[in-house]
Design a protein around this ligand. Structure first.
Ligand SMILES: [Fe+2]
Length: 236
């Protein structure tokens, strides 16, 4: 198949800003998920509302190690994924809840919807979470996820990725996104990756391989910083 470079479909309302022009024909689900109407501006007091607030006691340090959630160790290439959560001014966001989920090394999710013929790993659930520290840092230990087929179009395969969900310290700091690995041959063919139309923005979705942070005889490492811009619901 050829590289995907689909046209942009804009909602009918010309008053809508670019932040809601996110329907991307090559990624079929956006047909149902993209907003069809102008976004609602929340009242001013919501912008300063602190929370959700997560107590340290609800997140265990072990939650950030996806290789130690079962009797044995999962198969696959062990990796450390670390980085910082920053706000638009480059300041760290401490106490942010970072949640991840991913396929196992064979590209299979432990989920009833995923029934494609790749093996499940009895030692891998594929979900983890942590809170950022006082400098906005997070760190996970996991295995590198495999690529997997999806039914979006003929012979569609996702580049290896880890899903991220972040709750900041403000009501409007919320982000759900995906982290990718450098040099993946599937980038050019993936409508989800390419639904981010700006090439520089797409680059920001790719983690940096960090040999200096790799742990000899134990794990490779990738660094990926996340900037949490307040959502478009904040007054623009
Ligand atoms: Fe996925």
């Amino acid at each position: 198949m050829s590289e995907y470079d689909g046209p942009v479909v804009l909602p009918d309302d010309p008053s809508l800003g670019p932040e809601v022009q996110i329907d991307y024909p090559g990624y079929r689900s956006t047909r149902w998920r993209a907003p069809k109407r102008a976004l609602v501006t929340l009242p001013e007091e919501f912008h300063a509302l602190e929370g959700p607030v997560f107590g340290d006691d609800s997140v265990s340090p072990l939650d950030a190690d996806l290789t130690r959630q079962h009797e044995g160790e999962p198969l696959g290439e062990r990796i450390v994924v670390y980085g910082r959560v920053l706000d638009e001014s480059g300041r760290p966001v401490p106490g942010a809840l970072v949640e991840i989920w991913q396929a196992n090394a064979a590209g299979r999710y432990r989920h009833q919807v995923d029934q494609h013929p790749a093996p499940l790993d009895p030692n891998f659930s594929g979900a983890g979470r942590c809170l950022t520290d006082s400098e906005g840092r997070y760190r996970f230990v996991t295995v590198k996820p495999g690529s997997y087929p999806w039914g979006n179009h003929e012979n569609a395969w996702r580049p290896a990725h880890i899903h991220f969900s972040l709750f900041g310290r403000l009501f409007t700091q919320r982000l759900v996104t995906q982290m990718y690995f450098p040099g993946d041959p599937l980038f050019a063919f993936d409508p989800i990756f390419n639904s981010v139309r700006d090439p520089r923005s797409r680059e920001l979705l790719i983690a940096r391989f960090d040999l200096a942070a790799a742990q000899p005889e134990w794990a490779l490492a990738y660094e990926w910083d996340v900037v949490m811009r307040a959502t478009p619901f904040e007054g623009t």
